[in-house]
Design a protein around this ligand. Structure first.
Ligand code: FPP
Ligand code: MG
Ligand code: MG
Length: 340
């Protein structure tokens, strides 16, 4: 079981194992692309948590250790590139996301769109995707190229699934399945495919079949779904200043996330109509907030996130012990108690 520790102790312990890889990312931008480069750099210079690249690097180290490749710097530097690309794709998606969501704040500072306008934000995102994708191509590994491309496809599909989510006439099971499918595409796919890619690079070097990379994929997938469940939980629990972005944002955007869907199972008459009209009526957001708070929706969301974390631990249980494997397990504790 995951031991109960105070949030701040676990937060600090986990963040201390994180590498600062921002400088490597910045090094790729050609100097002549000044405008777009500055826009792209805005978030890389800020206080992001770097969860995705750190997870990818820990997975790389755990798999390398399992296969006896610990000292193969060539493989590790390729895996480092995958980690950097993961963060670049993520940041690019945020530049597009903040335009779609009309977000003014990101990572505790003004968003790119609020500083330089929506078109700049889209261009900055496209630039980061282009830059990162050419780094993937340089790895000359078709399987990794396929996995990393699936991230871009999945992120866009996830956003489309979220936009088009119509809740009319759906039973709660169907709603929940759609929410989980969207959550995989929007959040977990990036973690799953980055971990898988790091493991594939090691398996190729060691001449192994694809068992470890399947485990790595499953770890990333389950950790990613847990991460998004907690993100959706935080949106109800933490105030905007602590979060570094507005809270109750999902309701205001018309989105029914896990806490709302669970609350709806307990109070279908009250919550159902609000979900169907996407909280667009007068005071709908406040009404939905009240129903969530009097239901077990938040507890159930956290319990589901814990289940996904347990499943992520199981996915890598047959990997040989290493510090990195232990750090991957610790990272799941961070997911469950992070406050931003
Ligand atoms: C944040 O979600 C957004 C994402 C996880 C993905 C957004 C993806 C796109 C906009 C597709 C475009 C992708 C690329 C690679 C250019 P959120 O809005 O729920 O979270 P937030 O509160 O952090 O804004
Ligand atoms: Mg957003
Ligand atoms: Mg969004």
């Amino acid at each position: 079981a995951l031991p109960a520790k105070s949030s701040s102790a676990v937060n600090e312990a986990i963040l201390s194992i994180f590498q600062d890889i921002n400088l490597n990312i910045l090094a790729y931008g050609p100097a002549e692309a000044v405008e777009v480069n500055n826009v792209a750099k805005h978030y890389f210079n800020s206080q992001g948590k770097n969860i995705r690249p750190n997870m990818t690097l820990l997975m790389a180290k755990a798999v390398n250790s399992h296969l006896g490749l610990d000292l193969d710097f060539n493989v590790y530097s390729q895996q480092m590139k995958v980690a950097e690309v993961a963060e670049m794709y993520h940041t690019a998606s945020l530049m597009h996301d903040d335009v779609l969501d009309h977000a003014e704040v990101r990572r505790g500072r003004p968003s790119v769109n609020s500083l330089w306008g929506e078109l700049s934000s889209i261009r900055g995102g496209n630039f980061a995707v282009g830059l990162a994708s050419s780094e993937v191509a340089k790895l000359k590994n078709d399987e990794v190229l396929y996995c990393m491309s699936k991230i871009l496809e999945s992120l866009v599909i996830g956003e489309l699934q979220q936009m088009s989510a119509s809740h009319k006439g759906n039973n709660s099971d169907a709603r929940f399945q759609r929410y989980l499918a969207k959550t995989f595409n929007k959040t977990a796919s990036l973690m799953a495919y980055s971990c898988q890619s790091a493991a594939i690079l090691a398996e190729c070097k060691a001449g192994q079949d694809r068992q470890l990379s399947t485990m790595a994929y499953n770890y990333g997938k389950d950790m990613g779904i847990a991460f998004q469940l907690m993100d959706d939980w935080l949106d109800f629990v933490v105030d905007a200043e602590q979060l570094g972005k507005p809270s109750s944002a999902d309701l205001k955007l018309g989105l029914a996330t896990a806490p709302v869907l669970f609350a709806c199972e307990e109070h279908p008459e009250a919550m159902g109509p609000l979900i169907e009209r996407k909280f667009s009526g007068p005071n709908d957001v406040e009404k939905a907030l009240k129903i969530v708070m009097k239901s077990n929706g938040l507890n159930k969301t956290k319990a589901l996130a814990e289940n996904f974390c347990q499943s992520a631990i199981l996915s890598i249980s047959s990997m040989r012990y290493s510090q990195a494997k232990s750090d991957l397990e610790d990272m799941l504790k961070f997911v469950l108690c992070r406050m931003r």
